[in-house]
Design a binder for this molecule. Structure first.
Ligand code: BGC
Length: 515
């Protein structure tokens, strides 16, 4: 998942002395609440927007369309306001990332998480108590600010506090918690949809649980040594390092953090630096991976599964129930990725998933094309099960490939000098395209009908070809050796490395110039 700022890693082959201390365990719980919060926000809107009580209060025209026979099945939910309810969160989130990148650096990771927690709590209050559309949207915007701050600070906090040997696993753990948050939201919606007329209020208010946990967590944990040292608080940084590593022997790691933070401070214009030719491969790959991740169409399912199943003629209950099934498949398949990413490698997972996603989407398009016309949506039991199975096959392949890897690959390919700026760009581009899908999907469904799935499958084809030719394998390669062992060896990207008279050797900028 997203991270920003600098995280320091051991030079290749060196493992610093570190125990898994209670503080590290508390950090894992923090990761859980930050990820859960994001996932809950992703998963909750679709179920709520399919509830009649909610539609009646905020979107009466949609409710009318939904219950009328004269509207095309595919267009029942096509409403800009309804889409704005979902998408406003991501627009706010991407704006907040710019501020979050500043606060993580200047005020520290802990304070940034606290800011996120406060935004979340106020956002939840607005949403749970909403009397009109304005309150609802203001609530979503505040939650979005929380996401912007949390998604920048929490993963960074984790990667800095974790011992090197479990850092990769923790990275995917964050994504795992996102999927658990989505599933939790689906389950809550399933339960609250039966409580009329205020079930939707309960759905939106229960986000308060992870929000309060994140805030309390941020109050009690200590800031990372890296952040303290970066802000000149060296003694405090060393004391914290001893405490979290459970040993007094921290001198080597301490010295490396001090050195890395000195180098980090030499980079005067991180964003300008990112645009230099020698950083092109990582930048192009990070940006494209985010666009591709969103154009798999995953969030059409994550945001709108209940609405989509409803469109296909499922009753409200069956729609929410089916969303729970896809949510559960999402969680379980993410576990596959945790296990296999360092064994079979990134490329293998992405390419296999490409084939699986393509076939499932084409199958969905064919069934919908034949069975769901503008005014007849009687799929029949057998075909309905087939669609749910195909959606699950699609979601599972996403969950062990583009889901976690879309975040992991950028975080492991940027060299230290561009890591902060590179990750901010990654988070921003991701949220931008998440916004685009959230805002456009229901209108696209109305205009393209079943062909919407052909549209996404074409993108899957394009991204798989990109992976085949342009994405190098980064499995088991230490971050500091990427330039030598990956980019300089790649048939296409090596041309960007040729004029490489200014590169990083073991974490030091070679020509000493400030960039
Ligand atoms: C994506 C989210 C998506 C989630 C689904 C994440 O990696 O960035 O947009 O909702 O996966 O599990």
């Amino acid at each position: 998942m997203p991270a920003g700022g600098f995280s320091v890693s051991a030079p290749s082959g060196v493992e610093f002395e570190a125990k898994i201390t209670p503080i590290v365990i508390i950090s894992c719980i923090m990761a859980a609440t930050g990820g859960l919060m994001f996932g809950y926000d992703v998963g909750i809107s679709g179920g709520v927007t399919s509830m009649d009580d909610f539609l009646g209060k905020f979107f009466p025209t949609v409710l009318k369309k939904k219950n009328e026979d004269k509207e095309s099945n595919y267009c029942k939910y096509d409403n800009q306001g309804l889409q704005l309810f979902t998408s406003s969160l991501y627009l706010a989130g991407l704006t907040a990332t710019f501020f979050a990148s500043y606060t993580t650096r200047r005020l520290g990771r802990r304070l940034t998480m606290l800011i996120a927690g406060v935004f979340f709590i106020v956002g939840v209050i607005f949403n749970g108590a909403a009397q009109n559309l304005a309150m609802l949207i203001v609530g979503r915007i505040l939650l979005g600010c929380g996401v912007g701050f949390a998604n920048q600070a929490v993963p960074l906090f984790l990667s800095e506090i974790a011992p090197t040997r479990i850092r990769g696993g923790l990275n995917i753990l964050f994504q795992l918690n996102v999927t658990i948050g989505i599933l939790f939201a689906n389950l809550v919606n399933y339960g609250t949809s039966k409580i009329t007329p205020w079930g939707w209020r309960l759905s939106l208010s229960l986000a308060g649980i992870p929000a309060v946990l994140l805030t309390l967590g941020a109050l009690f944990v200590t800031d990372t040594p890296n952040s303290l040292i970066e802000r000149g608080r060296l003694d405090e940084g060393k004391a914290v390092l001893k405490k979290i590593r459970g040993t007094d022997n921290v001198e080597p790691e301490f010295n490396e953090i001090v050195e890395a933070s000195r180098i980090a401070q030499e980079v005067k214009h991180p964003f300008r630096n990112l645009l230099q030719r020698r950083n092109r491969p990582q930048l192009v790959i990070a940006v494209l991976l985010q666009i591709f991740q969103q154009f798999t169409g995953i969030n059409a399912i994550m945001f709108y599964a209940p609405v989509l199943f409803n469109t296909l003629g499922f009753k409200n209950d069956a729609s929410l129930y089916s969303a729970v099934i896809t949510g559960a498949v999402n969680v379980l398949s993410t576990l596959v990725s945790v296990y296999s990413v360092d064994r079979v490698g990134r490329r293998m997972l992405l390419l296999e998933a490409g084939v699986q996603m393509f076939l499932s989407q084409v199958a969905i398009a064919v069934v919908l094309g034949i069975k769901v016309t503008d005014h007849s949506d009687d799929l029949g039991h057998g075909w309905a099960i087939m669609v749910v199975v195909m959606v699950c096959t699609f979601v599972s392949s996403f969950a062990w490939s583009w889901g976690p890897l879309g975040w992991l690959i950028p975080s492991e390919t940027f060299p230290l000098e561009t890591r902060s700026a590179g990750q901010s760009v990654t988070v921003c581009v991701n949220l931008l395209f998440t916004f685009v899908i959230a805002q456009a999907f229901l209108s696209m469904l109305c205009h393209l009908k079943y062909a919407i799935f052909v549209f996404f499958s074409a993108w899957v084809l394009v991204m798989s070809v990109f992976v085949l030719f342009f994405l190098p394998e980064t499995k088991n390669i230490p971050i500091e050796e990427m330039t030598e062992r990956v980019w300089k060896q790649h048939w296409f990207w090596k041309r960007y490395m040729e004029d490489d008279n200014h590169h990083i050797v073991n974490g030091k900028i070679n020509n000493g110039a400030s960039v």
